[in-house]
Design a protein around this ligand. Structure first.
Ligand code: SF4
Length: 509
């Protein structure tokens, strides 16, 4: 075991990896929460690229959404459905035997331990560990080929087989990383630390990694994303240069991904002087929803009113210099809804909805309850109408709700929950509304992927709160429960400054 800084590496990857493609088995886990689907996807993914596994799993789950329907498919039929995954004939055989073995030995349930799972046909330690970690959220270390390879490149272990790596990690890896290490290193191994010619020139771990046995790629001279490996302990995302993201609008197999960004800018005129256009260019969003613009469009410089490649839609507050929302879109919407058809609320410029063929984007800036909660009755009335409004929309098609909801949902969503129990944004009444909002059909997408604290989107300007990360998570991307499977990633971008809030983003299909 060497002195490789595992804590620092894992912390950096937790920030970095959500920007990459999510491994298909993790994605299926967060989208379905179904151990059957996670097990089957994990079986299909063995020795198969995610680009092949994902459509094969989708085809199979369309025909066999559960064990009962799987049992009705013959081995030949299964082989035809899952082709061209690696070893498709053998896997079809395992899948056709799976329902019978589960019925006989496990009362028709997917077992939750590695020892039981490896008794199933075609399930090895890697698949079993993956199912335990991802589907049952229990401590387990899955060692995919990427994990075995990268952890040896780091010199964190010196092993020759995945099994030896698993055992070495069980003995040495801090428990908080067991479940995550596979997901992080698979995505990292596919995107940056590739098996052949890894991209050391743009690696966030460049200053930590001893690169044992590695022959890095020669960066192409026109690769604008390449950065020099940092010479100090600084992590690239902390630098003022914002790393360029892979375009979400690239073809992903047959699937087109879109990227949505939401940001409370705390005054468009103010942020215009702080590099707003450069940041927007770097964010590369298909839809950009802004809150608290504090301006009418005619008060804004032309370069803000008309961003190249976007059409802008505005809902300023009647009162000048206050509240207001705006949405920039690369694609023309079918329809735009200004407000919720409630005069008493709409004059504050808080809800702007763009309708597209297959979803609505609701850009929302919910009221602040104000000190002493003096505006709490107004806020609760607003929230009641907002809930009705969004539920009405969800009857037609998927609804994505983004913006500053001005409430931290749970204690984990702010740095000082005890001291703020009666503060605006964390009062019992506001949290109860958020409970109701999430219980009645919407999902907080960030929490689909991340259950950790210390993830905030707003920091007070006072007392160096942002530097010390004394913040609140009050900016969200939510989606109706029927849209869960469209979500690919949800991120917070705390490194982007210019406002007392940072942007949040959603990648969806
Ligand atoms: S520096 Fe190179 S070898 Fe090391 S983790 Fe990064 S990409 Fe892999």
């Amino acid at each position: 075991m060497t002195k490789f800084k595992i804590n620092e590496a894992m912390a950096r990857l937790e920030v970095e990896v959500p920007l990459y493609r999510v491994p298909v088995v993790d994605l299926i886990a967060v989208q379905t929460r179904d151990p059957y689907k996670v097990l089957v996807a994990a079986m299909l993914s063995a020795r198969t690229k995610d680009e092949v596994t994902a459509p094969a799993a989708a085809r199979l789950f369309a025909k066999a959404p559960n064990l009962q329907s799987l049992a009705a498919l013959s081995k030949v039929k299964l082989a035809g459905i899952i082709y061209p995954v690696g070893f498709f004939r053998a896997k079809a055989g395992y899948l056709s035997r799976l329902p019978g073995v589960l019925a006989e030995e496990f009362a028709g349930q997917i077992p939750a331990t590695v020892e039981e799972l490896i008794r199933l046909p075609g399930v090895g330690r890697k698949t079993a560990n993956l199912v335990v970690a991802v589907a049952f959220e229990q401590p387990a270390i899955c060692v995919d080929t990427h994990v075995h390879r990268i952890i040896n490149i780091w010199g964190y272990v010196q092993t020759t087989t995945p099994l030896a790596t698993e055992m070495a990690l069980r003995a040495n890896l801090p428990g908080q990383y067991w479940r995550r290490i596979n997901s992080l290193l698979v995505a990292f191994g596919q995107e940056i630390c590739r098996p052949i010619a890894p991209h050391c020139d743009r690696c966030p771990l460049g200053d930590l990694c001893p690169r044992l046995g590695v022959k890095p790629r020669k960066p192409p001279s026109n690769d604008l994303t390449a950065v020099e490996p940092p010479k100090t302990g600084h992590h690239p995302p902390q630098s003022p240069e914002i790393p360029r993201l892979p375009s979400p609008t690239n073809k992903d197999g047959q699937t087109k991904r879109i990227k949505l960004v939401s940001w409370n800018v705390n005054g468009l005129r103010a942020i215009a002087k702080k590099g707003f256009n450069r940041i927007v260019h770097e964010l590369d969003a298909d839809l950009l929803a802004l809150q608290e613009i504090k301006a009418h469009p005619e008060q804004l410089p032309i370069e803000i009113r008309k961003l190249p490649g976007y059409t802008a839609f505005w809902l300023p507050a009647k009162r000048k210099g206050y509240s207001g929302v705006a949405t920039y879109s690369r694609k023309d919407p079918l329809r735009v809804m200004y407000g919720m058809a409630r005069d008493e609320h709409d004059q504050e410029g808080r809800v702007l909805t763009l309708e597209f063929a297959d979803f609505y984007l609701v850009n929302a800036y919910l009221p602040n309850a104000q000190p002493e909660l003096i505006r709490l009755p107004y806020k609760l009335d607003f929230c009641r109408h907002f809930l009705e409004f969004t539920h009405r929309l969800a009857k037609n098609k998927n609804v994505v709700i983004c913006g500053d909801l001005n409430v931290a949902h749970r204690a984990i969503d702010l740095a000082r929950p005890k001291e703020n129990e009666k503060s605006p944004g964390f009062s019992q009444e506001e949290r109860a509304w958020m409970d109701q909002f999430l219980a009645t059909g919407f999902i907080d997408t960030f929490r689909m992927f991340n259950q950790a604290g210390d993830n905030y989107t707003w920091w007070s300007y006072r007392g160096g709160a942002r530097k010390r990360n004394i913040g609140w998570r009050i900016d969200y991307f939510c989606i109706d429960t029927a849209g869960r499977s469209r979500v690919q990633a949800a991120n917070i971008r705390p490194e982007i400054t210019g406002s007392d809030h940072c942007p949040v983003e959603l990648i969806m299909v």
